[in-house]
Design a protein around this ligand. Structure first.
Ligand SMILES: Cc1ncc(COP(=O)(O)O)c(C=O)c1O
Length: 421
């Protein structure tokens, strides 16, 4: 006989978790002090740039990732677009991106009038599969953008070998993982350029913002010019003037990010510790498989804690499981849809169609990405990072809720649920 506590919340029982988890963004007096300093300095950003806070943020972020240069920009989207433009990606070119990512990874290529080409993902991690990338390279391929997805890193060993052999630059999309290290070296430094996002959900945020890193002085100069309306600094030696735009970050954002940067190492550690506990707890439940931490990822940064669901082992669909878990009070989503069918990347857009036509493929064939399709439709589940900023009791609640739902899989499968959600 089920009590209110053992009955699934989605079927009218009591949710396992009634309290809120840690709220994001986290802030304290450090952000207030930074904002006050910007206010009274009278230097709020703009041209001439970069200003004092931007310079400090750029140099501290470069140190964090172990890069020679960092360039603060308005968003992760503009970071990607500028990085591709710095590499002279343009009309007629192709850029290989993973099928599972946010639209910006692909739309950055279109902003350069290049055609995005979609590689399948590794079913274990949802990161780009180097074998799929290798099959998609053509003479038009001008860049590869691996995304370090959720809390994982794309296989940088395999990708850097491939890129070197084929002389194709990599732009790492590190939007999810500021501070992460692969083989003790910062992500974003393995490719020609690395791009980060400080949008409001990200592990370090000022509401909006982005960063580009590179070790190459010529690429740095081109990025600086591109984000600063095409202006050149004295001493810049790149040849053709660039058509830039205003993609400069304000001092307000830089100040807030300096405070966020102070807090980042402790948050990274805490989330990583909690992730270990969560992995062990979820893996003990039949049908749930947390994405394992790659031993080469020597510093793990969590943006989304991803776990995979085996529907036949679990006995209920991924969608029903996630809905039921949410009803128990656990924030959980299903990750990104395959980007080529995202509503945010409309194939009918004139720019997209033109980019494809210029690359000689006016009607691109449907991408062949079975692992991405399966991950999105049936297996992937994602818990947002702030949930892992709490204590062990928070993690134990997630595990207990997952166990409760999994334990009622049969009933959940047979239940009549309201549509949606
Ligand atoms: C993988 C990935 N790349 C790029 C971006 C774009 O960043 P922004 O929102 O700062 O433009 C995002 C943002 O959500 C992202 O998740």
């Amino acid at each position: 006989m089920k009590t209110m506590a053992t009955r699934l919340a989605i079927l009218g029982g009591q949710p396992l978790r009634l309290r809120e988890f840690t709220r994001w963004p986290v802030f304290d007096d450090r952000e207030r002090v930074q904002l006050e300093e910007v206010l009274t300095s009278g230097s709020w950003g703009g041209y001439p740039s970069p200003n004092r806070k931007a310079t400090e943020l750029e140099s501290r972020f470069a140190v964090l990732q172990g890069a020679r240069f960092a360039i603060a920009v308005t968003s992760g989207t503009t970071a990607l677009e500028v990085a591709l433009k710095a590499l002279a990606v343009g009309p007629g070119d192709e850029v290989i991106v993973p099928a599972i990512t946010f639209a910006a990874t692909a739309s950055a290529a279109i902003a350069c009038m290049a055609r995005p080409v979609f590689a399948d993902v590794d079913p274990a991690t949802a990161c780009i599969d180097p074998a799929s990338v290798a099959q998609l390279i053509t003479r038009r391929t001008k860049a590869i953008i691996p995304v370090h997805y959720g809390a994982s890193a794309a296989d940088l060993d395999a990708l850097t070998v491939l890129a070197r052999e084929r002389s194709i630059p990599i732009v790492e999309d590190c939007a999810h993982v500021p501070g992460a290290r692969w083989r003790d070296r910062g992500v974003g430094t393995w490719g020609a350029l690395g791009c980060f996002s400080f949008q409001s959900s990200k592990p370090m945020t000022a509401g909006e913002g982005g960063m580009i890193i590179t070790d190459d002085p010529e690429l740095e100069a081109r990025c600086q010019s591109l984000i600063n309306c095409g202006r050149r600094r004295p001493g810049d030696t790149f040849e053709t003037p660039l058509l830039g735009a205003n993609y400069r970050m304000t001092e307000w954002q830089c100040g807030v990010l300096l405070a966020q940067l102070d807090r980042l190492p402790e948050q990274i550690e805490r989330k990583s510790r909690n992730a270990e506990r969560l992995r062990a707890g979820l893996n003990a439940i039949k049908g749930l498989h947390a994405v394992p931490r790659d031993s080469r990822l020597t510093r793990e940064v969590i943006y989304a804690f991803i776990f995979m669901i085996d529907e036949s082992e679990l006995g209920v669909s991924r969608n029903r499981f996630v809905r039921a878990l949410r009803a128990e009070g656990i924030p959980c989503g299903v990750g990104n849809d395959p980007v080529y069918r995202s509503a945010l990347l409309p194939a009918e857009s004139i720019l997209y169609r033109t980019a494809c036509t210029l690359a000689g493929v006016p009607n691109p064939p449907p991408p062949d990405c079975p692992h991405a399709e399966r991950a999105f439709e049936h297996s992937m589940a994602a818990i947002p990072h702030e949930v892992l900023l709490g204590g062990e009791h928070d993690i134990d609640d997630i595990i207990a809720a997952a166990r409760k739902v999994a334990g009622c899989a049969e009933e959940l499968r047979a239940a009549r649920l309201e549509p949606g959600g």
